[in-house]
Write a protein of this length. Sequence first.
Length: 429
Amino acid sequence: MEFKNALDFARSLDANDSLSSYRERFFMPTFLGKDVRYFTGNSLGLQTRSTASYVQQELDDWAKYGVEGHFHAKRPWYSYHENLTDKLAKIVGATAKEVVVTHSLTTNLHLLMVSFYRPQGKRTKILCEAKAFPSDQYALESQVKFHGLDLSENLVEVFPREGEHTIREEDILAKISEIGDELALVMIGGVNYYSGQLFDIEKITKAAHEVGAIAGWDLAHAAGNVILKLHDWQVDFAAWCSYKYLNSSPGGVSGMFVHEKHANNKDLPRFAGWWGHDKSTRFQMQPGFQPMEGAEGWQLSNAPVMGMAVHLASLDVFDEVGMEKLRAKSDLLTAYLEFIIDGLSEKNKANCTLEIITPRDQKHRGAQLSMLIHGGGKPIFDLLSEKGVIADWREPNVIRLAPVPLYNSFEDVYYFGKHLDEAIGEFYK
Ligand SMILES: *Cc1c(COP(=O)(O)O)cnc(C)c1O
C-alpha cells in the first residue's frame, strides 16, 4: 500500500478498518486532563469497558454467598480458572490441557524451570538472549546458582553483532549446535521487550531439540500480539503475563503452557501445592501429591478470582476478534508507523536521525517499533510527552512505541508523527 503522511489519509485507513470500533470498547487514559495518544500497550494494556462488570459479579457473589461462592457463584470460584483456558489456548495455539492461568509470570518461570531445567552430567548450560528482560536474567541466574553451578560457564548469552541491534537467528542456531550436548535449556523471550524482535520460535525450538535440550519461552511480549502455535511448534514450556497486550490489569495473573508430551510425566520434579493436586481427591486432604494432568498440575494455589475476572473480560474481546484479524491490522498499523518515522528522519536528518532498531521484516516483529534518536534524545521525548504522546523511554536513547491493533488508530499514528516533528523542530529552533 502507498502510504501518505496526512490526516485525511490516516482517517481513510481507519474508515476501512474492520476493527476500528473496538477502540470504543476501551477506556482511553487522559493525562493532566488532556487526551493522549497511548503507545504503551506493551507495558500496560488498557482496560475494557466491560471489565468492571466482570469484577462486580464476583464482588456481588462474594457478598451474597461468602465461602459458598466457591460452588454457588455464577462462575464458581473453585474452578474459575477453567473459564479462561479455552480462550487463552486459542491465543497461544495450544490444546486446553496445555494451558493454565495462575500466579505471576516470574513465579511461573521459576516453577517451570524447577521441572525443566535439570542439569545433569555435562548437560548443564542455559542459552538465552543478551539483554533479556531483567526479571528473566535474575530468574535464570538464580536457577543456575540454585543447582550450585558456576554462572559464567553455564549461562550463555547470544549478543547482537558489533554495530547491530538485533540478534541474528543464525547466531543463535550456531550457538545451540556449538554447545551441543552441554546444553540443557534454551530460554528466550519470544519478542524481545527492548528491540521488539520476534524470534522464529519453531526453528529455535527444533534446533534445541536436535541437540537434546529443552526449549522454554517467555512470551510476555508475544501473547496477544503475534500468532503463536506452541503445540505444533513442539515448545516444551512457556509463560507470559496478562497485563501487556492481553489487557488484564497491573500485575494481573499469568499464563503457563506445558506441552502435552509432558502432560502425564509424573516423574518430572516440581514444586507442588494443593491446586496442582488431582481435583477429584483434592479435598480428601491426604498426604501424597498426585499431580493433575497437563499444565494444571503446576498450580500451587487456589485462583485469585478478581484478577481472573479482569482477564476473562479481556479474553472475551480477543475471542470475538481472533488473532488472525488482529495480526493483519497490527502489520498494517506498524507499517504505517514505520513509514511516518522514516519520513520524519529523512526530513530532519540535518539535526536528528531516527533509527528504527526493530526488524524491518514483519515476520520478525509484532506491534512495536523501537526507535533510536541520534541527537536530541530525552528532551525530545519530554516534549513529545507534553504534547500528549504516551510512549516509553529507555536509556540511553530509545523510544519504544506499541501501536496496538485493538485500540490504536491510524489517526493516533498520524498525530504521533505530527507531534514528533513539532518536538524535533522546537528542540532545534
Ligand atoms: C513484563 C515482563 C516480565 C515481568 O514479570 P512479572 O513477574 O510479571 O513482574 C518478565 N519478563 C518479561 C520478558 C517481561 O516482558
